[in-house]
Write a new protein. Structure first.
Length: 97
């Protein structure tokens, strides 16, 4: 009986820890500004940004919005172009994540 309670407690603790990590992940993901090999084209009036990965390797990047919600982290492959759009806030930077 004691063994079963220990497993249940351990499983519940693991579940709570996993839920905490999942919830905190996207909000805390933004890191340093992406390197120059991530080309950027920003049209602030249209609230649109395009990035092209010229780094020669996969990169994990996200759009950081000033006074608005940041976009989620994306993996971009060499040569790939991403288009980002937002509604609230203004362009901040492209960050690694």
């Amino acid at each position: 009986m004691r063994f079963k309670n220990t497993l249940t407690t351990t499983a519940a603790t693991a579940l709570i820890a996993a839920a905490t990590l999942t919830a905190a992940g996207p909000a805390a993901a933004a890191g340093d500004t992406a390197p120059a090999c991530i080309a950027r084209e920003v049209v602030k009036q249209n609230k649109t940004a395009r990035t092209t990965n010229n780094c020669g390797k996969n990169m994990h990047i996200q759009l950081v919005i000033n006074n608005g919600p940041d976009k989620q982290c994306w993996t971009t492959f060499p040569g790939e172009t991403l288009e980002w759009k937002w509604k609230v806030g203004s362009y901040g930077r492209i960050a690694v994540c």
